[in-house]
Design a protein around this ligand. Structure first.
Ligand code: PLP
Length: 411
């Protein structure tokens, strides 16, 4: 007997991250924190080992009147000021000539989930990278979608051929193409596509668009931690070249941008050549929003707008200090990895560096061996994720060489 619907995967979530986070905690209690490398936590932590919660974000939040916090949002698609400001923030100086709309969602997760749910029919296939944020596959499974994975890297750059092959195979068997590109600051490898790669992707999706409607889901969760912030949006200009048959949905997350993971706020930015195309998706997204989460926390939306306008200077100054830390941490780890020959995926920027271990059986042995040496990391497909976002600078020194030696010992 089952109380849940038939077509649902009933295997419990295996939360590999939390299990290892706890192991690291236990190891610190037994061996002393100074002897443990804890590279498990995927949120931004400061040099003192504390979760970062920007003062420039939470002071204004605390000053919002309680009635404003208590109130429902203005509409199911979000507050008008928030929708406008998300668009301004996402595009910044880029001159987009496309029709657009913004739908407020509970974090970037909501934007990704709503796109999976409303773009594809049951049992259709979504195209994902083989190394990716785990929730994509879970969301696909919960909406009864199949997954076709492309190999993310060919050496040290994007595997264009594998991407194209995955798309070609998918449009041979179905009347729609939905592809996910998590860029810039890819989770968990820290890769960012070049403008040339983006141009080629857009040109190829236009080709696919000659056969079927195409939706490009660009997950930009970590964009505001780019090392070259001033140019982090430049690639969006390539989107101006999408054809009438292609739509871009940008998944934006206030969780990362504002260090406000618990406030559950984000957005789906819809972009297309034709306003009618945007409207047709907006209508369905709005209904799904109403039917699922109804509306987004009013104060979280208002605070995003205030922080990124009135308080922008303090906010950007505060965030930049942490980007500088992130850069110092990743510079040390990557430089030392290259020096000692620890294989890593092509890191450019972002919260994580990933050690390249393509054989998952070896990866499993390696992960255990690292823990025996009190180095705690998270397993990802074909690799070991090192969360430099939470690893203090001092812990980064010497880590790559230790990891390299343990890798050799695990072979
Ligand atoms: C790649 C990626 N996309 C989206 C998200 C969404 O986060 P949230 O729903 O908190 O905005 C995350 C969070 O970890 C992520 O890593």
């Amino acid at each position: 007997m089952s109380f849940v619907k038939k077509e649902v995967n009933t295997t419990p979530i295996e939360d590999t991250v939390f299990a290892i986070v706890n192991k690291a905690k236990e190891a610190k209690a037994v061996h002393g924190a100074e002897h443990v490398v804890d590279a498990t936590i995927g949120s931004l932590y400061d040099e003192e080992g504390k979760l970062v919660a920007f003062t420039s974000v939470f002071q204004p939040y605390d000053q919002i009147a309680k009635e404003q916090k208590a109130k429902y949002a203005d509409s199911f698609t979000g507050n008008a000021s928030f929708r406008q400001q998300v668009y301004e923030w996402v595009c910044q100086d880029v001159n987009l000539t496309l029709a657009h709309s913004v739908i407020a969602t509970p974090g970037g997760s909501g934007a990704v989930a709503i796109t999976f749910e409303d773009i594809l029919d049951m049992h259709q296939t979504v195209v994902l990278p083989d190394i990716a944020w785990g929730s994509y596959a879970l969301m696909a499974s919960m909406h009864n979608l199949e997954v076709r994975k492309y190999t993310l890297f060919d050496g040290d750059h994007f595997h264009m051929e594998s991407f194209k092959q995955a798309c070609r195979e998918t449009i041979e068997k179905q009347d729609k193409l939905l592809v996910v590109i998590n860029d810039p600051c890819h989770n968990p490898t820290g890769y960012s596509l070049t403008i040339e790669e983006w141009k080629e992707i857009v040109a190829f999706l236009n080709e696919c668009g000659e056969k079927v409607p195409v939706v490009l889901l660009n997950d930009i969760a970590y964009i505001d931690y780019s090392y070259d912030l001033g140019n982090s949006r430049c690639y969006l200009e390539c989107f101006n070249d999408i054809s009438d048959s292609v739509m871009a949905v940008i998944a934006f997350s206030c969780s990362k941008t504002l260090t406000s993971y618990g406030l559950r706020c984000g957005a789906a930015v819809l972009l297309a050549k034709q306003a009618e195309a945007v409207r047709s998706v907006e209508v369905v997204f709005e209904k799904t929003a109403r039917a699922t989460w109804s509306n987004i926390p009013n104060a979280a939306m208002d605070n995003f707008t205030a922080v990124t306008t009135v308080h922008r200077e303090e906010y950007e100054r505060e965030k930049q200090q942490h980007i500088d830390h992130l850069k110092q941490r990743s510079d040390i780890f990557v430089r030392e990895a290259n020096a000692c020959g620890l294989p890593i995926y092509p890191y450019k920027e972002g919260f994580f560096v990933t050690v390249r271990v393509e054989d998952n059986a070896l990866r499993d042995r390696y992960h255990e061996a690292l823990m025996d040496h009190l180095i705690f990391t998270v397993k990802v497909n074909k690799g070991i994720r090192v969360a430099v976002c939470s690893l203090p600078i001092a812990s980064c020194y010497g880590l790559a060489k230790r990891m390299k030696d343990i890798l050799e010992g695990s072979k």
